[in-house]
Ligand binder design. Structure first.
Ligand code: 13P
Length: 320
């Protein structure tokens, strides 16, 4: 059994300057395929579910199926609640067994986003004490473009006004105490119209610099992972992005594979054959993304930044 303490996993991964794929499910059957791909690649894995999908499937059902499959993993696995603005759903997911949650206040103004995120972090800290386990909290700053199951609208992909302000990133992390920050940097949920989407790397650099100057070593999250080229993903991992969210390509894989199978086998009424085809295609898709995220960096390399930040704060970086 390797259900991991998410906070430790993310901080350890940050120290190694590596990335972990966080793959969204829309159906419980996908969990088995995600785990099979991660086991095959000997990789850690984040299985994540957006608020609307958790409401549809039920947090207990998701956690139970995840728990069964997680038993097969040697590498750490985490169940994460992606994009919700409902503290009640966050509490339900935490109680059901989720190890990580996202509060999405990106539609709110800065002050309200800080205030509500802070309240969610305090609630989760209380839940940690009563449940006796760690739960990571992620939040979004700026508005990431596109739509993720209606849970986050953002604005036009790449619109400058919606991107994360580096000074606000420092204030946001310091005041809220979040464990993971998803800054809007020009990525967007859904399909990009280009093979090389524009990411505001100057902004990314300034966010990294401001956080470092403030002594903050908070792992960062890439949203809108579908369609980002390997070089972009690696450049982001190099500057402290750890969790890489991938959803749209998995929905496309599920729908296209089922559609192809049904089109070719009209008249066959054995749904498990459709599930088998979807499982195989989903495994391939997840395995490809895991391989794309691999930086093959020897563990320990590039750990200096995090250690330096921790030393400046006079504390342990929390990285084993
Ligand atoms: P994509 O749907 O673009 O892969 O983004 C996923 C995501 O960011 C989930 O939060």
């Amino acid at each position: 059994m390797s259900v991991a303490d998410a906070k430790t996993l993310f901080r350890t991964t940050l120290k190694r300057r590596a990335g972990i794929g966080a793959f969204n499910i829309t159906s419980l059957a996908q969990i088995d395929a995600f785990v099979a791909a991660a086991v095959g690649a000997d990789s850690p894995l984040i299985v994540q579910v957006t608020g609307p999908v958790v409401e549809f499937l039920g947090p207990e059902a998701v956690a139970a199926v995840f728990g069964v499959h997680a038993e097969r993993c040697v590498q750490p696995v985490v169940l994460h609640l992606d994009h919700t603005s409902s503290p009640e759903l966050i509490a339900a997911a935490a109680r059901a067994g989720f190890g990580s949650v996202m509060f999405d206040g990106s539609r709110l103004g800065l002050e309200e986003n800080i205030d509500r995120t802070k309240r969610v972090v305090s609630m989760v800290r209380r839940l940690e004490r009563s449940l006796g386990r760690e739960i990571a909290v992620e939040a979004e700053l700026g508005a990431i473009g596109g739509v993720e199951e209606g849970a986050s609208t953002g604005t036009t992909p790449g619109a400058t006004a919606a991107l994360c302000d580096p000074a606000e990133a420092v204030r946001f992390v310091e005041e809220t105490g979040v464990d993971l920050l998803a800054p809007a940097i020009g990525t967007a949920h859904g399909f990009y119209r280009t093979a090389d989407p524009h990411i505001d790397f100057r902004r990314v650099e300034r966010i990294g610099k401001r956080l470092e100057e403030a002594g903050i070593a908070t792992p960062l999250v890439v949203h809108g992972g579908t369609g980002l080229p390997r070089k972009t993903l690696h450049a982001l991992i190099d500057v402290g992005f750890v969790k890489v969210n991938i959803s749209t390509v998995l929905k496309k894989t599920l729908i296209d594979t089922a559609y192809d199978y049904i089109s070719k086998h009209r008249g066959e009424y054995d749904p498990t054959r459709i599930d088998e085809a979807v499982r195989a295609a989903t495994m391939r898709c997840v395995a490809e993304h895991i391989s794309m995220l691999r930086t093959e960096r020897p563990s320990g390399e590039a750990a200096g930044d995090v250690d330096r930040i921790a030393r400046r704060r006079g504390e342990d970086a929390g990285c084993e």
